[in-house]
Ligand binder design. Structure first.
Ligand SMILES: [Zn+2]
Length: 391
């Protein structure tokens, strides 16, 4: 009967997964309606083809979709497979977040682990739920933004700004190094003027906010104060937005054509409010790699599909991933999540440039020059503006 000891953990995992499915169902409504500026509350869910309201029992996550084989009960219009994937994806995302942050304490925050075998075992402690809930909101924002961008090539501000507000309020309520006491910041003695000091590599304490916006922290916003939490969130949002806007500007100056959208800047701004400014900056690079992988695999898939049913000459293959105007949102969202969960490994290695103002300036300068050179190189073969889809 030893497995019975694990029962609370199993029950919590099931609860969190079902919660994710239900919220995924809500995200589907957001994804389907927001790009058309429709209300997400009224009217109730209905078929896009025949406007028949969807029965409550058919709206049950996964089961409803599978039972009707993804078709409308009334008019048999097929629903996008996105409905199923967003539901399942949100459920899996919630379960993974719960396992990572509450069960295994991935980011190694003292006092965050849920010991389901301990004396007080039935319910994870409050700070675990605060951490999980806060980050679950960020995941929802990323999923909605990525899904809408993949389909419509826009990221609505209603999603990013709403989630941003939660990020900033949560940041002020859970200031670095919460839930650790403010005294943990004294690992850095006052005579250490730069947290990039080699003797202190990997010693920055982690809270719900991974790092403060700068170290040493300033006297007007000491560790554990709402002012520091608020400043860390706002700096994260500002830098997240600026890093995309600056990249966009430098690249377009060199390339002479539009690249990136301001929705991408909003996406990184939203992430910065939750994670501080350091993770979003790195997410831009990880996100570029992720986008490249997504685009290449989308092309492979399109080619395979085109091989099965060749399109008549003269018509272009219009798919969700048309290579002309590729959405950056999904790759950027993946970049944020990957960087965020690689942070226990990346953070200590990047303490030197990130807490050293001079080094940071030099790096930024090099990157701007490199990007400009790259954009100029890419420009040359496309000199005539009327370069149509010729590969
Ligand atoms: Zn219908």
């Amino acid at each position: 009967m030893e497995w019975l000891f694990h029962l609370p953990l199993v029950l919590w995992c099931l609860t969190v997964f079902s919660l994710g499915l239900m919220i995924g169902s809500f995200l589907n409504v957001v994804i389907a309606r927001l790009p058309y500026e429709k209300s997400i509350i009224w009217p109730s869910s209905r078929c896009f083809a025949c406007y028949q309201p969807i029965r409550f029992t058919d709206n049950v996550p996964i089961l409803g979709y599978l039972r009707l084989r993804g078709k409308c009960r009334a008019c048999h219009a097929p629903y996008s497979a996105r409905y199923l994937w967003v539901e399942v994806g949100t459920g899996v995302a919630f379960l993974s977040l719960f396992l990572a942050e509450v069960v295994f304490n991935w980011h190694g925050i003292p006092g965050m682990k849920y010991n389901h075998l301990g004396p007080d075992s039935s319910i994870p402690p409050f700070q675990c739920w605060a951490l999980f809930g806060y980050h679950a909101v960020l995941l929802c924002g990323l999923i909605a933004a990525a899904a809408i961008d993949a389909e419509h090539h826009i990221i609505p501000t209603q999603v990013t700004y709403t989630v941003l507000v939660v990020g900033v309020i949560g940041g002020a309520l859970m200031p670095w190094p919460w839930p650790q006491p403010a005294t943990v910041a004294s690992v850095f003695p006052p005579e250490i003027t730069m947290w990039s000091h080699p003797d202190y590599t990997g010693k920055v304490p982690t809270g719900v906010q991974p790092w403060p916006f700068w170290g040493p922290t300033f006297d007007f916003a000491p560790p554990g104060s709402w002012k520091l939490g608020l400043l860390t969130s706002l700096t994260g949002a500002l830098v997240g937005s600026l890093v995309i806007r600056a990249t966009k500007w430098v690249f377009e100056t060199g390339f002479g054509r539009e690249a990136l959208g301001l929705g991408d800047a909003d996406l990184l701004m939203m992430a910065g409010a939750f994670l501080g400014w350091q993770i979003p900056v790195l997410s831009l690079f990880v996100g570029s790699v992720a986008t490249l992988v997504l685009v290449l695999s989308a092309r492979l898939l399109t080619r395979k599909r085109a091989g099965v049913a060749p399109t008549p000459p003269g018509t272009s293959v219009s798919g969700p991933a048309s290579p002309r105007e590729l959405p950056f949102g999904p790759g950027l969202a993946i970049g944020v999540v990957v960087t965020w969960f690689a942070w226990p490994w990346l953070g200590p290695r990047l303490q030197f440039p990130f807490f050293d103002a001079t080094m940071m300036m030099i790096l930024v300068g090099f990157m701007c020059v490199g990007l400009l050179a790259f954009a100029l190189l890419m420009r040359r073969p496309n000199e005539p503006v009327a370069a149509t889809a010729k590969k």
